[in-house]
Design a protein around this ligand. Structure first.
Ligand SMILES: CC(C)(COP(=O)(O)OP(=O)(O)OC[C@H]1O[C@@H](n2cnc3c(N)ncnc32)[C@H](O)[C@@H]1OP(=O)(O)O)[C@@H](O)C(=O)NCCC(=O)NCCS
Length: 226
């Protein structure tokens, strides 16, 4: 069975009071542990609206979603601040040098304080390095100003080309993309502080009897939109 390296990215705090951010590609056990808190994040009404999620999710739904998502080629991440789960993010529709990015800072009180931008930067550092992605896309509902601003700060630019528009869930969505050629220069002050490490290898999740069928085209399963 093919084994896949899982990665962790750490942004150590500075001084005694600096907070340490950690982004991990979770093992199945770590997903189990995080699932109830993630379900609460997804079901929170504001978050749900921004991600255009349709239904409520249980902890079991989250575990199933993560397993199916990874089995279909997506790379999900858990986001931690000083060891406390703050949200999740993912790279989806990974296709050679391109991928899409989505993120949730699930703790409402922690939104708008810079965390989303910092976590996003950490995922992008992995995408451009170990994962070899060259261009990222994202699709956002137009009223999601925080997300649009966060993506702009990473370096995304508006993109209405066919590659980008194909990733819009709705005709009204704003589509943006980012060419990693500019990444090192844009974030030269921060990137040297990030520590990217392998966490060992894990077999990719397999379909088990009774599970819903995997998505055949390599796309992630549908339940969560962003
Ligand atoms: C989108 C999200 C990840 C951003 O993370 P965050 O920690 O809240 O955002 P940050 O604090 O890093 O940065 C947001 C930027 O948007 C700005 N912003 C916040 N609210 C804004 C608003 N209503 N209008 C315009 N800009 C706004 C912030 O001021 C900041 O920009 P600045 O640094 O220039 O001041 C987070 O808000 C979230 O998880 N939202 C719910 C789920 C979601 O929308 N996910 C993305 C779907 S594509």
């Amino acid at each position: 069975m093919e084994r896949e390296t899982l990665y962790a990215i750490e942004w150590p705090g500075e001084g005694d009071e600096g907070e340490t951010l950690r982004v991990i590609e979770p093992t199945p056990d770590e997903v189990e542990t995080a699932a109830a808190r993630l379900a609460a994040f997804y079901n929170e009404p504001y978050n749900r609206g921004m991600m255009a999620n349709e239904g409520e999710m249980t902890a079991r739904d989250v575990v199933d979603y993560y397993r199916e998502f990874r089995a279909s080629g997506g790379r999900p991440f858990l986001l931690e601040r000083d060891g406390v789960l703050m949200g999740d993010a993912d790279l989806r529709h990974i296709d050679g040098p391109t991928a899409e990015f989505a993120i949730l800072v699930g703790v409402r009180a922690a939104q708008g304080s810079g965390l989303g931008t910092r976590f996003a930067l950490m995922v992008h550092a992995l995408a451009s390095g170990a994962l070899g992605i060259e261009r990222m896309y994202s699709s956002v509902i137009p009223l999601n100003r925080p997300s649009l601003r966060m993506l702009e700060k990473i370096g995304y630019l508006p993109d209405d080309g066919p590659e980008a528009r194909a990733r819009a869930d709705e005709a009204t969505d704003v589509t943006v993309s980012f060419d990693f050629a500019r990444f090192a220069e844009l974030h030269a002050a921060v990137l040297p502080r990030l520590r990217i490490t392998g966490r060992g290898a894990t077999p990719p999740p397999r379909r088990v009897n009774g599970d819903p069928p995997l998505v055949a085209d390599g796309n992630p399963p549908a339940p969560r939109e962003r």
